[in-house]
Design a binder for this molecule. Sequence first.
Ligand SMILES: Cc1ncc(COP(=O)(O)O)c(C=O)c1O
Length: 393
Amino acid sequence: MSVANKIKGALEKASWIRRMFEEGAELKARLGVEAVYDFTLGNPDLEPPGRFKEELIKAAGDPSPGLHAYMPNAGLLATRQVLASQLSRVYQQDFGPQDLVLTCGAGGALNVILKALLDPGDEVLIFAPYFPEYLFYVDNHGGVARVVETDEVFQIDLERLQEALSLRTRAVIINSPNNPTGQLYDARRLAEMAQVLREQSRRQGRPVYLVTDEPYRHLVYDGMEVPNLFALYPDTLLATSFSKELSIPGERLGLAAVSPQAAFRQELTAGLVLANRILGFVNAPALMQRVVAKLPGVTVDITPYQRRRALLAQILSRAGYDFLLPQGAFYFFPKAPGGDDLAFVARLKAENILSVPGRGFGRAGYFRLAFCVPEAVIERAAVGLARAVSHKP
Ligand SMILES: Cc1ncc(COP(=O)(O)O)c(C=O)c1O
């Protein structure tokens, strides 16, 4: 056997998103790209803002020595200073550069945080539907993921949360705007959750950490506001990235930040910095750190996402799908007509429409459509989407 049993198991379970993507690639090779409507991957297709490219060219042309060298594992001080000021404005907290660690994307930030927090057997609560990589990330660091179902509109169910807590609970991950549901968690429910976690921390005699994964914070519609967890709970850690807000997921730049109100503020950041090193990331990409330091507040224009969301919502409701309008991110998560998500995703595939079954996100009976695709693709998929829902087996 070539690989470890654990990885073999992971390969077998490996994410539905990839599996659908691969099946899609086969379909595209057979029918041609134009004939396939691929809604599987959350890969932002908008170009980064013009300012990003200008600053990238300037940074690449800088003749100063040492710009490509190793650096402190936390990242460049100048970049952390700029980002700390920005976080302070967004979250109304007093972040300093010492509270931030630049990472290889939000995925890197989550791994750094979990590495710093978990002892073997520590439990991490994850709300379903969830970003499937969480299960791998928790396991990477010896943790045990405990899945907590949300209610029928994907909001936190406090009773289920209470039931899932144990003396081994070390952290709770919140992802809002959410992948795959496109929903924001309700502010009042989050405040109630924070109260529950405070009580649990007292019971345990150590903090239960709230890890807020927010790569979609900038992608919200209709003037919605993403609740500020730093204001609700002191022991909060942020994982985020520039992947979606600057449309640069391939550049792998993100950050982890510790709440200035956290009880063990300094020890936590020291742990994150060491984790960044010993996980082999060492530091986040240097060139990108220099570029984003010049772009505080610059983000991709979300108007195209807004238009696609409106278009797809119209097509889905005309066809009779049951869904919640996404409040953020770029995903619809409708109910699978007939109730069987695998059967329905196969039905869509027969129409050359690629989607991901809800069970890949811990909620069978639904399916995910990522709308980071051109409007023309959405328009051309309309007929197939309508035919699939009216199909009688
Ligand atoms: C909820 C969520 N968290 C984290 C990530 C990872 O983002 P990054 O590319 O910044 O590592 C993604 C990527 O799709 C995501 O959807």
